[in-house]
Design a binder for this molecule. Structure first.
Ligand code: LLP
Length: 423
């Protein structure tokens, strides 16, 4: 079988390590399923991102939605990254992690009134607005407290990100953002919104984008649009290109990230604004794994099935988007043949699969498998369905192990739920 290894997830003596920690030993202590993140992999991904855009006037605002573990946010903020928060809950997490308001961007596809009140009363760098109604509400709420809110209109540039339809956001008719024509009307009427400073402009065209074209097209289209906005007397200080930079999920994938960045730098420079990036997946995806024990091996018809103790409750991406995650044993045993199996979870759903017809080294019950690239959109999308407890999140820094979040208890599942005698 092919192996997916990185500088921070490597096999030594046929045993998988995260940095200097042997994962087999870790699971003996903390059980499975468990998420394990490599601190130095997060740092390296962040530095790689920053290096690729060297020479550009830019800032990174890590998209917390991809992995908002408090310590992940903190590690990135300490490196100099701002944080893009998508809700009141993510704002709360970022503040708990010690992030200053000025290092936050308040995103949110459909912000509640409470979220707008929170955003305008804070001192975040920018609040995104995704509709005329939202502009009106932000202006009204800022006015009530005598503030001028820094706002970035999120534009739908109508560029197909050429990725999975569930993670494409900028096609015509999408619920995300504001059309060009409506945005021009809002900018033209800027004087109607005295409590708003239209200092930014924002796009986010989709996620797991692995080719330059969608980004190039989007920025080119936005460049023309910015000229029109300038003609209306609006000076845009920040151009926020969003996130979306794809990663290698398969061992044989070849990242074009540096190539994409090199093509984008001159184009972005010509916009004459501070550029903001909101990468999520690029920073955390390959810095995390989900470790899960094989609880059963069985046959069904002509299928060989490996059933894990993790399921779609811990990693929904394969079921949701048909996403590929490489799966490999913690212990390599070259004497074992490769077999073709379906890898499933224990959840009562037919879509509870991690992989179908996957070639993997034959591995017995009670051995543990590593599901790779589970640092983004894994724990944050987990659920308690089937009465399951969320797994621990462990962060490794060289030879040190930190439990950032413990496994939920059964009591957590009952949070504030009580027997009502009258019922
Ligand atoms: N900025 C905005 C406004 C976003 O909506 C997103 C992601 C990002 C930044 C970060 O995008 P990234 O760099 O991670 O691609 N659950 C899906 C991905 C959903 C992305 C949602 N928005 C998945 O597991 O593939």
């Amino acid at each position: 079988m092919n192996l997916y290894t990185t500088k921070f997830f490597t096999y030594k003596n046929n045993s998988l390590y995260c940095e200097e920690i042997e994962l087999n030993k870790l699971t003996k202590e903390y059980g499975t399923p468990v998420y394990v993140y490599s601190k130095n992999s997060i740092i390296e991904n962040y530095n790689r991102f920053v290096k690729a855009f060297e020479g550009l006037n830019f800032r990174v605002f890590y998209a917390a939605k991809s992995n908002y573990n408090l310590n992940v946010i903190r590690i990135l903020n300490k490196l100099g990254s701002g944080i893009d928060v998508n809700s009141q809950g993510e704002f709360f997490r970022a503040k708990k992690a010690g992030v200053a308001d000025k290092d936050l961007i308040f995103t949110g596809v459909g912000k509640t009134l409470d979220e707008i009140k929170l955003a305008v009363s804070s001192n975040v760098l920018m609040i995104k607005a995704e509709s005329l109604s939202e502009v009106i509400k932000i202006n009204r709420e800022a006015g009530k407290i005598g503030k001028i809110a820094p706002v970035a209109l999120r534009i739908n540039p109508e560029v197909d990100a050429q990725t999975h339809p569930h993670i494409t956001t900028a096609v015509s008719g999408s619920k995300f953002g504001i059309t060009f024509s409506e945005a021009l009307v809002i900018y033209g009427n800027a004087s109607k919104y005295p409590h708003i400073n239209f200092c930014g402009i924002d796009i986010h065209i989709g996620s797991q984008i692995t080719t330059p074209d969608p980004f190039i097209t989007a920025v080119s289209v936005m460049k023309d649009f910015l000229l029109k906005v300038l003609q209306l007397g609006i000076k845009i200080e920040h151009f926020d290109i969003g996130g979306g930079f794809g990663i290698e999920y398969k061992p044989e994938d070849n990242s074009k990230f540096e190539e994409i960045a090199a093509l984008l730098v001159p184009l972005l420079k010509s916009l004459d604004c501070e550029i903001i990036f909101e990468p999520g997946r690029f920073i955390t995806a390959n810095a995390g794994v989900l470790l899960s024990e094989i609880i059963y091996r069985k046959r069904s018809g002509d299928k060989e099935i490996i059933m894990l103790d993790a399921g779609t409750t811990e990693l929904i991406r394969p079921a949701f988007y048909g996403s590929y995650h490489h799966i490999q044993p913690l212990n390599l045993d070259e004497s074992q043949p490769d077999i073709v199996v379906d890898i499933t979870g224990p959840i009562c759903e037919s879509s509870d699969y991690f992989a179908k017809e996957r070639t993997i080294q034959s591995t017995i019950e009670e051995e543990t498998l590593a599901i790779m690239c589970a640092g983004s959109y894994a724990s944050v999308m987990s659920s308690n369905y089937n009465g399951r407890r969320r797994p621990p999140e462990i962060i490794i820094d060289k030879n040190k192990v930190y439990v950032s979040r413990s496994r939920e208890t059964f009591e957590h599942l009952l949070y504030d739920e009580k027997i009502i005698k009258e019922l």
